[in-house]
Ligand binder design. Structure first.
Ligand code: DX5
Ligand code: ZN
Length: 239
């Protein structure tokens, strides 16, 4: 069976919101990072997703502000910085100064989440919140007015190349209902295990930003083919 979903989903104003693709450089070739970011951008990537891991919140260490600064020098599209760190508030100013356009922190890492989201906005960035798989949609119910982006983790954070957790579809749908009911313009991202099949589930559930690492930077046909493959998967026959 071929399942088609519309390339766009309805936003709160009943207008259709286009689906954005945000390649995650976690899966890029770091020896050619600038070149690969440019290729993704030229192929129509909407945002670049940058995964920051500290070896404490997650069992892996990746990159920091200097990499954000380097990517900023070659990218014209927004940089979406995902902090998988403890005490993310300590580095918000630094990531903002290095060129982050949005900064996402984890609910599970913030005792004072409302305050941290305020810090991100004061630093001039869009404020994002990520939910680990076990964290319910309802954890954001009282603070939606502070949120610009919700990142629904569809793998356990820490590594690329993992399998999409299908049980998260229900959470994406709950969040989409909450966001639309509130009449807000919050972006809902899915992060982890995206490929040409799982993207259909995520978009059908209500995600409008698709973060994809392995299936873009690791695509056998190259980065542009990886992005094209995702766009084709969600294109309706008459799109
Ligand atoms: C996982 C990261 C993801 C990761 C996705 O902890 O937050 O952004 O790069 O990689 P893939 O698409 O390979 O699952
Ligand atoms: Zn991420």
């Amino acid at each position: 069976m071929v399942l088609y979903v519309d390339l766009k989903i309805r936003g709160p104003d009943m207008a259709y919101k286009p689906i954005k693709i945000a390649p995650s450089i976690l899966a890029a070739d770091f020896t050619r990072l600038g070149e690969e970011v440019k290729q993704a951008q030229d192929a129509g990537a909407d945002w670049i997703h940058i995964d920051v891991m500290d070896g404490q919140f997650v069992p892996n260490i990746t990159m920091g502000p200097l990499v954000v600064e380097a990517v900023k020098n070659v990218a014209d599209i927004p940089l979406d910085v995902h902090l998988m760190t403890v005490q993310p508030e300590r580095f918000i100013g630094r990531f903002a100064d290095c060129g982050a356009d949005s900064i996402t922190v984890h609910v599970e890492a913030c005792t004072h989440l409302y305050r941290v989201l305020g810090q991100i906005k004061s630093a001039g960035c869009r404020a994002g919140v990520a939910l680990n798989p076990h964290t319910p949609a309802a954890s954001l119910g009282e603070i939606l007015d502070m949120v610009d982006i919700i990142n629904v983790m569809t793998v356990n954070p820490g590594f690329g190349g993992q399998e999409y957790i299908g049980a998260m579809n229900h959470k994406i749908a709950s969040l989409r209902a909450m966001v639309d009911k509130g009449g807000t313009n919050i972006d809902i991202e899915v992060d982890g295990g995206i490929n040409s099949e799982t993207i259909l589930l995520a978009v059908a559930a209500g995600a409008n930003v698709i973060i994809a690492g392995t299936c873009v930077f690791g695509h056998a046909g190259g980065i542009a083919a990886g992005i094209q493959n995702l766009r084709q998967a969600i294109a309706s026959p008459d799109a």
